[in-house]
Design a binder for this molecule. Structure first.
Ligand SMILES: [Zn+2]
Length: 408
């Protein structure tokens, strides 16, 4: 069964099929004649491929379209629930799984804690992943035969072609052959990508970047990752390193980073930086409601609490978020000057601090950008929210099914 699925997935990659499928997907509903016009394929070729797609139930016909007086034309739409995808988002503290349809709508989800890094080895990590996916597949046994692939979004630097996590500093793991191990275990195609790049792809297909050719996606959580979309495609650079904006340096005398250098962008503008600043202010004896609200040994001191206190009027909490936002602005300005994107999408926990962080960041851009146009670069919050990297993980598989041009 699974071998058959793998085989059919390979077949789907044929250029014209993908081309036609993608036109049907992006148009929503389209007649055969219009597909021929848009692709330049002959009407008989379109008819043949469409009848294959109808046989496989990937596409369905309807007559809901408008007509010009005569019979309503037959429209083709994607049969979204004909196939499913498993998405896995591997974070530093948790692993999230989702089963989605072809429209990236989440049908089922699951969340598992990640063991402490000191207890994590490559073997233990892969066991955890295998067990999590296996259990999830069993829980969704009725959809199992329709699953066409597994997409994995991972913290760290990922070789997306080989599906290997090259370097995951926070998990303290290196050279993890995720794709090979999962493909062997489940006999399904597996795609692996860095989580911020997966988020960028998710935003391109289903979120804020749908109609934008060039944009950058920043995943601002415990660290900062970046995904770059250039000419509608994810840009990887020479060795999959493109987008590692979190490790560009803002202050050489700044705090130590997980990469070993000092003053990287993520040490100054991430969720971790927000917490560090709060600890510093509290140590200095600044008067703030954070102390009373964070509990014994400040164990509840996190970004969410700081945001709550800022909303309630705590000046120190507001100051912490403002400083973080200013540094975020410096990083955004670097992106704008270096790549000149039309938009930067911000995802991850920090994006939830709304105006307290984003407004000071925007102030930096407006006052320091080189040109008038650059100062107007759109800074928006991820439309996919907490599900961003997870939907991005599923999109890795979808883009294989629908795209006739692969990412570079
Ligand atoms: Zn660094």
């Amino acid at each position: 069964m699974a071998t058959h699925l793998t085989g059919s997935f390979q077949l789907m990659k044929s250029l014209n099929r993908s081309l036609i499928l993608n036109i049907i997907r992006t148009s929503g509903a389209i007649p055969r004649s219009e597909i021929a016009k848009q692709t330049g394929l002959t009407p008989p070729t379109v008819t043949n491929i469409v009848s294959e797609l109808l046989d496989e139930e990937l596409v369905v016909e309807s007559r809901a379209g408008s007509s010009n007086g005569g019979r309503k034309p037959i429209l083709l739409t994607i049969n979204s629930d004909s196939r499913y995808i498993i998405g896995v988002d591997v974070g530093v503290k948790k692993v999230r799984l989702a089963l989605t349809n072809l429209n990236a709508n989440v049908i089922q989800r699951k969340l598992l804690p990640m063991p402490h890094t000191h207890a994590l080895t490559t073997e233990r990590f892969l066991d955890l992943l295998l067990h999590a996916i296996d259990t999830f597949l069993t829980e969704n046994i009725t959809q199992k035969s329709k699953i066409i692939g597994i997409g994995v979004a991972m913290h760290g630097i990922v070789d997306h072609e080989e599906g290997i996590t090259i370097h995951a500093p926070t998990l303290k793991l290196e050279h993890v052959p995720v794709k090979q191990v999962l493909e062997q275990a489940f006999n399904l195609p597996v795609r692996v990508e860095n989580d911020a790049k997966a988020l960028a792809l998710g935003e391109k297909w289903f979120g804020a970047g749908r109609d934008v050719d060039h944009f950058v996606c920043l995943n601002v959580g415990e660290g900062i990752g970046g995904g770059i979309i250039l000419n509608d495609h994810l840009f990887h650079g020479n060795n999959s390193l493109a987008g590692e904006i979190g490790h560009t340096r803002i202050d050489i005398n700044g705090p130590k980073c997980s990469c070993g250098n000092n003053g990287c962008f993520q040490t100054l503008a991430s969720g971790q930086a927000v917490k560090e600043r709060a600890h510093t202010y509290i140590k200095e004896g600044k008067k703030t409601s954070l102390v009373a609200q964070a509990g014994e040994n400040l164990k509840y001191l996190d970004g969410q609490l700081i945001f709550k206190c800022a909303e309630e009027g705590d000046e120190i909490a507001r100051q912490i978020l403002k400083e973080t936002g200013t540094f975020l602005g410096f990083g955004l300005l670097n992106i704008i000057h270096f790549l000149n994107p039309s938009m930067v999408v911000i995802g991850g926990g920090v994006s939830k601090s709304g105006k307290w962080i984003l407004e000071p960041a925007k102030d930096v851009i407006q006052s320091q950008a080189l040109t008038h146009e650059a100062a107007k670069t759109r800074i928006v919050v991820s439309e996919l929210g907490d599900d961003g990297s997870l939907i991005g993980a599923c999109t890795l598989v979808l883009s294989e099914l629908f795209s006739h041009v692969h990412s570079k």
